[in-house]
Structure formats: C-alpha cells, structure tokens
Design a protein around this ligand. Sequence first.
Ligand code: F6R
Length: 610
Amino acid sequence: MCGIVGYAGPRDCSEVLVSTLTNLEYRGYDSAGIAVFDEKNIIETVKSEGKLSNLKNKLETLGKPEGHIGIGHTRWATHGEPSDVNSHPHSAPRVTIVHNGIIENYQELKEFLTGKGKTFISETDTEVVAQLLDYYYDGDPITTIDKVMGEVTGSFALGIMFAEFPDRIYAVRRESPLIVGVADGESFIASDVTAILQYTKNYYLLEHDEIATLTRDSVSFVDKYLNPIEKELKVADWDREAAQKAGYPHFMIKEINEQPTAISTTVNPRIRGGLPNLDECGLTLDILKDLKSITVVACGTAMHAGMVGKYVIEDIARVPVNVDIASEFRYRNPIIGEGDLVIIISQSGETADSLAALRLSKQRGAKVLAIVNAKGSSIAREADMVIYTLAGPEIAVASTKAYITQISVMYLFAFELALAKGTVSTAECKRLTSALQKMPEAVKYVIESVDEICQYVGSKLITADSLLYIGRGLDYALSMEGSLKLKEVSYIHSESYAAGELKHGTISLIDDEMPVIAVATQSDLIEKTISNVVEVKSRGAKVILVCTDSCANKIKDGIADYKIIIPHIDELLMPITAVLPLQILAYYTSVNRGNNPDQPRNLAKSVTVE
Ligand code: F6R
C-alpha cells in the first residue's frame, strides 16, 4: 500500500525522507519520490518507477534537493500503471502533494477541472487533488484544504506543501492512517509509526478530517470545523530494533524466529490463577456464558486464524462459529444483530474490508471484539472491545508472528468461553491453559528442528507450477494458511483442500507434476487423511507429509516422499507448532526461487483500499 512520509527540521530532508521511506518498504510499492523546498524555497521533486534504489540512483546522478522541509512517497499503483510520471509527489502550480488511498469521485472532479482549463499529465487520482487544491487556493492553506475535503470522497491520507509556505507541511486524512511524529526541533508525518522510530517514538494519531500543520519546532491541529485542538501525545512501545533485521537475511525469517516471544508476550499477561482472563477488554464470564453464536470476520491470514478459532471453539465450548471473508460479509446483507458477537481479526487494524465489516456489525447492533496488533489503529479504536496481540511490528508482507498470536488469543478466548459455558471443568481449563503457556518452548524447538528438512524440501519445490495442500479438521484450517503462505512468497500456484473433498472433483488435477503437502496431526483423523495420501500417491503425486512423531509411527514406509516430523503435543494446540514447517517451507521456496520473501510482487502489507 502507498506510504507517506514528511519532514520539517534541521536534518538533510532528502536523507530523512529516503530513510523513512525505506522503513515503509514493507508495505509494498512500485515507485517512489520526494519533494523538498530547496535553498531558494523552490519545491524540487525527484521520482522514479521501481524500487527505492532507483530513486537513490537518480538522487545521486541528478543531485539531491538540499533543504529541510519536504514530503515523500512510495506508490502502490491503483490509477495508472507504475511509471515515473504516475509516481508521487504530484504538483499543480502552487501545491505539491503525496497521497495514500483512493479518491472515489476523481473522474467527476477531473471533468470539472478540465472544464476550467486545467490539464493533467498523469493518470492518477492524486493529480486531480493537487489541481483541486490549486484551483481553490485562497492564500490560506487550512481553508483551502477544508474546501477540498468537502469535495472529495473516498478513503485517503494526504501530505501537502504549498509553494507560498516554505516553512511547513500540512497533513490530513479520511480513513487511511496517518501519524504526526515529534522530536526536539523537528516533526514528521508517516503512514505508520515504524517509519520514524529511528528519530522519535512520540507521535499523535491524526483523526478523520483533522488537519495538521507542521513546522520545524511546532505541530498544531484543527478539527473538521477548523477549531484548534489539543491532541494526546502517544509514545510507541515498539523500538527501532524490533523493526530491523537484526542479522537475519529477511524480516520473514526473523519474524518466524520471534514467534516464541510473541506467544509468551501475548498469552502470559492474560492468565490469572492458571486460567485465561480477558477482563481487560470487558469479556467477563457472565457475558461469555450468554453467547449463542459467534461470527469471525477477517481477510487472508487473519481469516485463517479465525478458521482455527472456529474448530477450537466449536470443539470445546460448543458454540457455533461462522467465519466470513470481510469483503463478502460487508456486501452480503449478513444476518447479524443485537445479542451477536462479531470478532474482527486484523494485524494492521486498518484493512478496509474488515473495518467496513466492523462498522456494519455495529450499525446492526452486534457487539464487536477486535483482535488487533497495531495499537490505536482504526479497528482497535472503533471496536467495542479489543484484545491486542503483542507480536510487535510485523514488517514482512507475509504474516507469520501475527498469525501465531492471533490463534493464541483464539485459544485463550475458547478456553474462557468453554469455562463460562461449563463445557470444560476448571481443572481441564487449567490444563489447557498451562499447555498453551508451554507453547513458546515447543515452537522454539520445532523452528530449529525442521529448518534443515524444510530447506531441503523447499529446494525440491522450486520447479513446481502448482501444489495442493490437504488436511482434515484443524489440519485443514491450517493447510489454508500453509497454502496462502507458499503462494504469496514463492509465486507457485497452490490450493488447500479438505482431504475428504478431493474425490469430488479436484483429484482430476493430480499427476506427477502436482506435489501434495498433507498435514496430519490429529490422531482420530490420521487414517482417513493417509487414505487420501495413498490416493494421490497412486496417481503420481510427490507427497510431503507434515505429521507428528506419534502419527509417523502409524504410517507405512513409502507413503510419503518426504516427511517433516514434529513432536506430538496436545492435539488441540497442534496448529501452533504445525504451522511452523509450513511457514519455513514457504520461506525457503521463495528464497530458492530468487524472490524477496519480504516484499512479494503485487502485494501490500496493509490493504487500506477495497
Ligand atoms: C498474508 C497476509 C494477508 C493479511 C490480510 C489481512 O500473509 O498478511 O493475507 O492477513 O491482508 O490483513 P490484516 O491482518 O492487517 O487485516
């Protein structure tokens, strides 16, 4: 997704902009640019298609703009192909802007402006906003921005420079996130606090339609009625090191290795007297005991965490759980109302479809519990109740440590719900909770023990065009995540299938060119899954079996081409360790194919547009 940065202060602005944009690279982008007020207070803009290295080369060749105030951008193309001309910043005679999000009525506005004699050089909706700001410019940036905010529709964030005000930048947002950072004698804007952690941890969250004015030594805000407002200064509890690679070749493998800590940080504070306790968000045993059904709504990996939650909650708490894809839920006239609990799961807390699902659920009278990683994000703020996953900053586009903390929270929730419903005894709940608390050690062990075999198997997969993941029950829920992980970072097509469903059509795809990854960790289902493995094997498929040591003993030699064996633990908790070989396999397959697993093509970390 596009990334916005801005700076006002004593440092070399071009350097600050490039370094803060580098910190936002993880969001995904296909071009980048900066605009800086130079020594003569003229705005100089440099932009380039492709990676930031292209922009850096251009800055070296052309000479970087020398100045102390400016804005920068990484663009993830929506309107118009990735190209130098479509890259941000975009300018009109008196205004230069960077923009994240979508201006929904840009065609209409473009026609209006064309009728007024304005011409456009790019295909972007952003240039339309730049021209509109210029058109309405009345000498006062704030009233001009306010006028334009009244005309544009959509969800977006903007960083703005007015040629006549070389000592400042402006920022405004509607829906898309934007923060204002402050340090001694300098100020920043950024799409996300990780961009500026190397300079400051102090920041303000800009709310919808508020306008910020930043100079070197001051930041001020007005609300949507243009009244000056005081805002609460926040302090990021993520430090710079957490957002750096710390010697690992990629963020993805660093974050895989951070999972033991992520689980303990998330789980331990929510345990009291050996039992899960989610009182912090207002979920008491009294509320839980009256729950009749639950709907989990999320996208991608977060939705897969919801699938694991469904199997666990239904199994032990006997409460029906419906898991929905947010982009479907929001347009499907869902049956949700008073007395219902909707759980929205999101790492970023800014995913547009999940946010829309949250708002729809609240409108219809449901209570919304958000399970979110990014503190202060829109989903966290708008939900009735929040449980934060404490995974720390997740920089790699492919989610790993966020997923493991999301499922950890689903376990805590399921255990407490089961206790409230009386479907498990206190002793059993304590046993399960204690097993969950031991997961960090188990995870650490599995990460180390499967590394070599995953590297080896990953090297065998590099020529595959297509793969199938199969499993039953919790293993099916897990194979969905394994399949997504592989396809997003390796670019190999893959699907996950409930193993028992194969014969109803999909088995026709199986031949010796289609490897099958079978996940088999549930002892009551192992025989069924193995019979599906035998079916695909006899049709030529190469089989990679991910199973527990106790299941492995039941499987005859020759059934699988490669076995990835992990220790048997409480079977309800198996997804926590069984996801590890799937993540690590995806990682090595990506690296073996020469991809950058941290920034897979076409993907954005935080999907703030529909
Ligand atoms: C895949 C991945 C995505 C996200 C999805 C939801 O590795 O990261 O599928 O899970 O875009 O994002 P959040 O959790 O930020 O709502």
